[in-house]
Design a protein around this ligand. Structure first.
Ligand code: ADP
Ligand code: NA
Length: 328
C-alpha cells in the first residue's frame, strides 16, 4: 500500500480478541490499509514474557491471524505476519537494549504496574525489556506512524528516544516515528464494571469476538447501568449507558446523537437488546470467516509466509545497516 508506513502488533495471548480490541484498535487497522503502507504483526515474541503453553501459543497465533483476516486485513494491501517468523526483531532488539538506560527502562509505568504485585523472581527480564523489543518492532520497518492508545504513549516515547540516540551516535539510520491517534478508536468499558476498561484480565465483563453470539447478547442484556431511566451520553456520570451507546455507535456507524434521539423515552432494556442485536449481526459472519480461514491451514500458512517474506525484505536491510554502523 501507499502512504505513510504504519506498524502495529497484537499479542496472541487469548483464545479470542474482544470487543475492546476490535473497536479500540483492530477496526482502525482495517481502515488504515487504504491510505497507509501498513505492517501488522501477531507479536508472539511479546507473548512469552509470561509463561505460555507451546501448543496453545501456536494455536492462538493462528487464530489471531485468522481473526485479523476475517476483520478485513487484506494481505494484498498490507503486510500481515507473525513476529517470530522475522528473526530480525530479536536481533535488532539486542542493539537497542544496549542503548537503553536501565533507569530509563525502569521508569516504564506499565512494567511497574505489572511487576508490582509479583515476587521479583517471578518477573521475567523479558517483561522488563518488553518496550525495547517494541521499539525494535517499529524501527525495523522505518515506520512513520504508530497507532497508540494512552497506555502506550510512554513506550512510543522510549522508541523515539532510542531512534534519536542511535541516529546521533552512529549516523542517521532510523525513522523517528510519531503517534497516530485513529479518529474512530473507541474506548470500551467493562460490561459488569463500566468504570474499568474492558480487558481480558477481567473476563466477566468482556465480550469475546469468538464466543457464542447468543451468549454475548445475553451478557450485553445484563450489562451494569445505573438507577435512573434516562438514556444520555455522559461517560462520567453514566458510564454503563454511555458504554452501550458507544458500542452501538461503533458497530453500526450511527452517531451517538442519532442513537440518543432514537432511544429517547425507551428503557435501558431496549438499548441493551439493540446493542446485543448489533453485535450478533457483526459476530455471525465474522465467525464464519474465521472458521473458513482455520479450515484451510495450508492457505493460512501461505498467507503468513508471504507476509513474513515481505516483512523480511525491509527488516534485513534495516538490520544490515544497523549492524554495520555498530561495528559488526
Ligand atoms: P487487554 O487489555 O485485554 O489485555 P491488550 O492490552 O492486549 O488487551 O490490547 C490490545 C489492543 O487493544 C491495544 O491496542 C489496546 O489499546 C486495545 N484495547 C484493549 N482493550 C481495549 C478497550 N477496552 N477499549 C479500547 N481499546 C482496547
Ligand atoms: Na495499505
Amino acid at each position: 500500500g501507499r502512504g505513510p508506513r504504519v506498524l502495529s502488533g497484537i499479542q496472541p495471548t487469548a483464545d479470542s480478541f474482544h470487543l475492546g480490541n476490535y473497536l479500540g484498535a483492530l477496526r482502525s487497522w482495517v481502515r488504515m490499509q487504504a491510505d497507509h503502507d501498513a505492517f501488522y504483526c501477531v507479536v508472539d515474541l511479546h507473548a512469552i514474557t509470561v509463561a505460555q503453553d507451546p501448543a496453545l501459543l501456536r494455536e492462538r497465533t493462528r487464530v489471531s491471524a485468522a481473526q485479523l483476516l476475517a476483520l478485513g486485513i487484506d494481505p494484498d494491501a498490507s503486510t500481515l505476519f507473525v513476529q517470530s517468523h522475522v528473526p530480525e526483531h530479536a536481533q535488532l532488539s539486542w542493539v537497542l537494549e544496549c542503548l537503553a538506560g536501565f533507569g530509563e527502562a525502569g521508569r516504564m509505568t506499565q512494567f511497574k504496574d505489572k511487576s508490582a504485585r509479583q515476587d521479583a523472581d517471578h518477573i521475567s527480564v523479558g517483561l522488563f525489556t518488553y518496550p525495547v523489543l517494541q521499539a525494535a518492532d517499529i524501527l525495523l520497518y522505518q515506520a512513520n506512524q504508530v497507532p497508540v492508545g494512552e497506555d502506550q504513549r510512554q513506550h512510543l516515547e522510549l522508541t523515539r528516544n532510542l531512534a534519536q540516540r542511535f541516529n546521533s551516535r552512529y549516523g542517521d539510520t532510523f525513522t523517528v516515528p510519531s503517534a497516530h491517534i485513529p479518529k474512530e478508536a473507541a474506548k470500551i468499558q467493562d460490561l459488569q464494571d463500566p468504570s474499568a476498561k474492558m480487558s481480558k484480565s477481567q473476563p466477566s465483563g468482556v465480550v469475546d469476538l469468538l464466543e457464542d453470539p447468543k451468549r454475548s447478547a445475553k451478557k450485553i442484556r445484563s450489562a451494569v447501568t445505573d438507577n435512573e431511566r434516562e438514556i444520555r451520553y455522559d461517560p462520567e456520570q453514566k458510564a454503563g449507558v454511555s458504554n452501550l451507546l458507544a458500542i452501538h455507535s461503533a458497530l453500526t456507524g450511527r452517531t451517538i446523537d442519532e442513537l440518543v434521539a432514537e432511544f429517547d423515552g425507551s428503557g435501558y432494556g431496549d438499548l441493551k437488546k439493540a446493542v446485543g442485536e448489533a453485535f450478533v449481526e457483526f459476530a455471525v459472519p465474522f465467525q464464519e470467516k474465521v472458521h473458513g480461514y482455520l479450515a484451510d491451514p495450508a492457505e493460512l500458512d501461505k498467507v503468513l509466509a508471504r507476509g513474513a517474506e515481505h516483512a523480511r525484505e525491509v527488516a534485513t536491510e534495516t538490520l544490515r545497516v544497523t549492524y554495520e554502523r555498530v561495528g559488526f
